[in-house]
Design a protein around this ligand. Sequence first.
Ligand SMILES: C[S@@+](CC[C@H](N)C(=O)[O-])C[C@H]1O[C@@H](n2cnc3c(N)ncnc32)[C@H](O)[C@@H]1O
Length: 231
Amino acid sequence: MFYQLILKQILMKRKRVAKIELNNYFSVIGTGPGGKDYILPVAYKQAQQSDLLIGSRRLLDLFSEFNKKEIELKSNYENILKVINKNFRKEKISVLVSGDPGYHSFLDFLNRNIDSRSIVVIPGISSFQYLFSKAGLSWHDSELISFHGHDLKISEQQIKSGRKLIMLTDKINSPSKISTLLLNYGVKDRKVLIGENLTLENEKIYETTLYNLTEELKEEENYKLCVMVLI
Ligand SMILES: C[S@@+](CC[C@H](N)C(=O)[O-])C[C@H]1O[C@@H](n2cnc3c(N)ncnc32)[C@H](O)[C@@H]1O
């Protein structure tokens, strides 16, 4: 009851959804970097109250104890849209995304393709937020760049800003490739903070330098979830 009241308040506060009925929405839940301790209680509750969970295998497994219907998110985006559009008025659907939905997640795609007034977003702890907290650093003086699924491009303004650069990596755009790019752009060798598999059992956080990264990781090793910060 209390939870429903909170949700109603959120909906009412968002002017653009003022007329939407409480049951006429689906949620996009930020699940944090991946460790259960870093899932917000409100995210747990929303997942628990859902009929259908949609997300990558890794994220679905976080809520397996709830025994919900599941659809695994791969590249089946069109099918997922159809399922959501057809069913969200009849059943409670939640889409799981890693970190915070507001930072480079499936939310953008959903907002582009479904009436955004039907979407309720539950925030999560971003991978980089967590990394900064572990390092005891603040990130308000940073530029945010995602190379996850994006071209390996960086603007001159970002390079010259002298601010910290927070960079999400992926299988192709590895820390090694990004370091090479930055050095080629004329960035002086600088300290780099690396956070791998954050909040997971095999988490690794360490400091190195741009130059070391190009050397050490020349041979692409197994892909790890990774955030890289030029500090
Ligand atoms: C599609 S983006 C999603 C970002 C997410 N919305 C956030 O707020 O962290 C995926 C990228 O986030 C980073 N990431 C997500 N989870 C991570 C983790 N547990 N450890 C390290 N990096 C992670 C990686 O750079 C990964 O390639």
